[in-house]
Design a protein. Structure first.
Length: 147
């Protein structure tokens, strides 16, 4: 998972993750739900995803099938209505300062569901919190699991 914070405030903050089927057969009926979330406090993402106030994800509703060992990029632009894109663009310096001071947090999380070739349902949840000091996402304390 990677985060792109362009120097130019006219460009949106975005993240990217890669989804890879590590099995030996196709993953079928693949659906994904992933989001980039800005928060003023550390969040329990497992609770956030259940919230009725959570914005509807602006993601691809279905990917169909996913062949083995071929990465599929997930490109994400934040979609938190409490932090409109215009605000992120205009106030980039303040946002960066808040991130550096630990006063704002950025999460990248998602849920991937699929069926195996035997039509058994499976899922993977993932969550990362942006660590500005190392320039990478650290695993969240919750919502990183699979069946």
């Amino acid at each position: 998972m990677a985060l792109k914070i362009p120097d130019n405030p006219r460009n949106p903050i975005a993240a990217q993750a890669a989804m890879v089927n590590l099995g030996k057969t196709f993953a079928l009926n693949v659906t994904s739900d992933f989001s980039l979330f800005f928060a003023m406090h550390e969040q329990d993402i497992a609770e956030h995803v259940k919230s009725k106030d959570r914005p509807a994800p602006n993601t691809t509703p279905s990917l169909g099938s996913l062949p083995p060992n071929i990465p599929h990029a997930l490109n994400i632009i934040h979609q938190d209505p409490k932090l409109p894109e215009a605000g992120v663009r205009a106030d980039r310096k303040a946002l960066m300062s808040q991130l550096n001071e630990g006063k704002r947090f950025i999460y990248l999380f998602g849920h991937i569901a699929y069926e195996d070739v035997f039509h058994q349902s499976h899922y993977t949840n993932f969550c990362g919190i942006w660590n500005r000091k190392v320039g990478a996402f650290d695993a969240c304390s919750s919502y990183n699991d699979a069946d």
